[in-house]
Design a protein around this ligand. Structure first.
Ligand SMILES: C[S@@+](CC[C@H](N)C(=O)[O-])C[C@H]1O[C@@H](n2cnc3c(N)ncnc32)[C@H](O)[C@@H]1O
Length: 261
């Protein structure tokens, strides 16, 4: 089953075990959000408005409009960025949504040569509509799960809001690394999916870069819709899906040319 508006938007689509990954044709994030039907969770990982990806003067307004469009199609929206930049977004969360958690990704291995404090954190805002279910039980170990199912737990202990995982650089995370310059580790994407979705639910990542969300969804048996404005990065995503989950070629000759551009 396709979850996008139009079959024509799908560049590659393949059912893998119990999950389905669709890679859309290159498109702007707002276009993707405005043409996709309802999904369970959206992951937004834009350029940061500093360093790689450059700066745009209207960044805060632009990101607000992206978040708003995401909130129109999903009960859960995750937004990545640096804390000093995302702080602005907390003021403009759509009315029917709330900030469930300010998550911090803590990494110790940033090779920055800046004189002074070395960057060691990234933020991920977890926004959700007031009736959105969350699933802390997805983080329980087998023994805890048995006690929870037997009704022997007074409350479900949630995972910490600080995600500690190294940056995938050098020899760290070598197997995960693609050639994308800002790839997130699976270790910081998987918890977002576990907290906000159940098996077979759909996650949309409209700025998917190297496709980390796709690999995470495949591992967790979720559906994923992936897009990016860059054809080059989508081909990295495609290659990664091929490698991680036996993604099969389905594109037509015309679609192949589109990716080569
Ligand atoms: C920080 S990276 C995402 C990295 C990704 N989470 C991963 O793990 O590989 C940001 C991505 O946003 C994409 N992007 C930037 N502006 C965009 C736009 N207006 N529409 C769609 N994608 C965009 C970039 O091409 C880039 O791949």
């Amino acid at each position: 089953m396709r979850v996008t508006d139009s079959e024509e938007n799908v560049l590659y689509g393949e059912t893998l075990r119990n999950s389905t990954i669709d890679i859309l044709k290159p498109a702007d994030v707002l276009q993707t959000l405005r043409t996709t039907q309802e999904v369970t969770s959206v992951i937004l990982d834009p350029w940061y408005n500093k360093g790689i990806g450059g700066e745009r003067k209207d960044y805060h307004e632009w990101l607000s409009s992206v978040i708003k469009a995401a909130c129109n199609i999903s009960k859960h929206v995750f937004v990545w960025g640096f804390p000093e930049i995302l702080a602005f977004q907390v003021q403009t969360i759509p009315e029917s949504f709330t900030l469930i958690s300010w998550l911090t990704w803590y990494y110790k291995n940033c090779p920055s040569v800046i004189r002074g404090w070395r960057s060691a954190q990234n933020t991920c805002l977890h926004l959700a509509s007031r009736d959105a279910p969350v699933y802390p039980e997805h983080f329980l170990n087998d023994e805890q799960l048995e006690r929870w199912r037997a009704g022997k737990m007074r409350f479900v202990p949630g995972p910490p809001s600080v995600l500690e995982a190294p940056l995938n650089i050098g020899f760290v995370g070598k197997k995960e690394q693609t050639k994308h310059p800002a790839q997130k580790p699976l270790a910081v994407i998987e918890p977002l999916i576990l907290m906000s979705t159940r098996e077979h639910d759909t996650v949309l990542d409209p700025m998917c870069g190297s496709g980390t969300t796709g690999e995470a969804c495949s591992r967790l048996n979720r559906r994923a819709i992936l897009c990016d404005i860059s054809a080059e990065y989508l081909s990295i995503t495609k290659k990664r899906m091929d490698q991680c989950c036996g993604f099969q070629k389905k594109e037509t000759a015309m679609q192949s040319r589109l990716l080569e551009k």
